[in-house]
Design a binder for this molecule. Structure first.
Ligand code: NAI
Ligand code: SOE
Length: 416
């Protein structure tokens, strides 16, 4: 335990400038300091690839910007085996991990590990998470939760039986503009919702020479990924949709695998491709609205175009990951001559998370969603409140993914 100083901004000035002042002239400079007791929580990371980096950055940055009783300590990072020990050590040196393990089973036995963070390919999530729950560790798990919902259910039961805190990294919820969309919907500004439209478009698998399987392209092999764009990309859209617009009742989907055979990295031979390259689906939400979702890795020119639009009786909102600090908003109740779509720049101190960052007008980006995720997780440990999305929440997304894949396979509507 040690004492740390934390900063508090003088409430009114922190948000929109001093009272009775032009809100565009915001100072955001006034702090006072208050000592609080800090406790440490030791993190053990499995998987030091793309997500291993974003999560490590989240743990490092969160205590700089958010006040929590708990401070994460980067205790251990785990290699796949002795073979990649050197790479894991280099990662540990770069990100400040205190130690390196070569077997995740050994790492989770350690008494000095409190949180295990699973950033490995999808087929490893269940085995690792269930073992962590049995070892009494808190768990951060990357999305999608599991390979399918039966496996996801086992994971939920394991964490619930062990009573361990758990979260799934659906980080897009924690981009301030997306969090603001949630706030606007919950305030009833949109009124009755009629349409939810989302897509996630990429183009990195168009080349038929891209192999499947192996360390770099495990996403193209259903054995390690579970599915293609459905679990990899649409899972994000579904998580956001369930959060913003509620339960999905049924789905009608179509999938396509454009390139039927690819060389497998493990065998060096051409093998049938087992994943969906593209997936479109319609759905009914419980609130009566209709949903339309599209995802592909064959949309030339799009690298990670995640967009959604929601149309309500009174207002509509629209968001685009490529312009993530903006939320577009149209309010039918504005009958002035300058009515129209507003393009709201999410940077002011009274917008979600933004009072923790720089000064009004200055953007934050993708990496900050992971910082927010860590900060909110630590806060939920401190307060004892539930964290969302938990494994149980992520299981709902998994069930929709399963129904989508079944619907496409059977060319029929499927209940979730
Ligand atoms: P990656 O391929 O960059 O990294 C995977 C890591 O897992 C590598 O360090 C590899 O060495 C390690 N690994 C593989 N087998 C292992 C084993 N048996 N024991 C220990 N380590 C092992 O993959 P990436 O992109 O980081 O994806 C990891 C997970 O994160 C996936 O579930 C993926 O769906 C998810 N993801 C989520 C994103 C998000 O937006 N929240 C973005 C990208 C990925
Ligand atoms: C795939 O390219 C990928 O990295 C997904 O795995 C992520 O979940 C998504 O956020 C971005 O794209």
């Amino acid at each position: 335990m040690r004492f740390f100083a934390t900063r508090f901004r003088v409430a009114e000035i922190q948000r929109r400038g001093a009272p009775n002042q032009d809100p565009s002239f915001s100072l955001n400079l006034y702090y006072y300091w208050k000592p609080i007791v800090m406790k440490t929580l030791n993190v053990g990371l499995i998987g030091y690839g793309f997500m291993g980096r974003t999560h490590s950055n989240g743990y490092s940055q969160a205590p700089h910007f958010f006040t929590n009783e708990y401070r994460p300590v980067l205790k251990a990072v785990c290699a796949r085996s002795e073979d990649d020990m050197e790479a894991a050590q280099a990662f540990a040196d770069q990100w400040g991990y205190e130690s390196v393990e070569t077997d995740w089973r050994e790492m989770i036995k350690r008494d000095d590990i409190d949180i295990v963070d699973i950033c490995t390919p999808n087929h490893l999530h269940a085995e690792m998470a269930i073992a962590c729950a049995e070892a009494g560790k808190m768990i951060v798990c990357e999305k999608p939760l599991a390979m399918n919902s039966a496996q996801g259910e086992e994971m939920c039961q394991a964490v619930e039986k062990a009573g361990v805190k758990n979260m799934v990294s659906y980080n897009y919820r924690r981009i301030p503009a997306v969090t603001l969309a949630k706030q606007l919907i919950d305030e009833g500004r949109l009124g009755r919702i009629f349409h939810y439209r989302a897509n996630f478009l990429q183009d990195w698998t168009i080349n038929a020479d891209v192999p499947q399987g192996g360390a770099a392209t495990w996403r193209l092999d259903a054995k390690s990924a579970g599915s293609g764009v459905t679990g990899d990309l649409l899972a994000h859209c579904i998580d956001t949709a369930l959060w913003l617009n509620g339960e999905i009742l049924d789905v009608s989907a179509v999938t396509e695998t454009f390139i039927k055979e690819r060389v497998h990295s493990d065998t060096g031979k051409k093998q049938p491709v087992t994943i969906d390259d593209a997936c479109n689906f319609f759905c009914h939400f419980k609130n009566g609205s209709l949903g339309l979702f599209e995802s592909t890795r064959y949309a030339r020119g799009h690298k990670a175009l995640y967009t959604f639009e929601i149309n309500g009786e009174h207002a509509s909102i629209r968001w685009d990951l490529h312009d993530l600090h903006r939320l577009e908003y149209f309010d039918h109740r504005d009958d002035s001559i300058v009515r129209g779509w507003r393009n709201v720049h999410i940077s002011d101190g009274d917008m979600p998370y933004m009072d923790h960052w720089w000064v009004p007008g200055l953007n934050i980006g993708y990496e900050h969603s992971f910082v927010h995720q860590v900060a909110d997780f630590l806060k939920s440990i401190e307060t004892g409140e539930a964290f969302h999305p938990s494994f149980r929440d992520a299981l709902e997304t998994q069930k929709v993914c399963d129904a989508v894949l079944e619907s496409a396979a059977e060319r029929a509507w499927k209940n979730v």
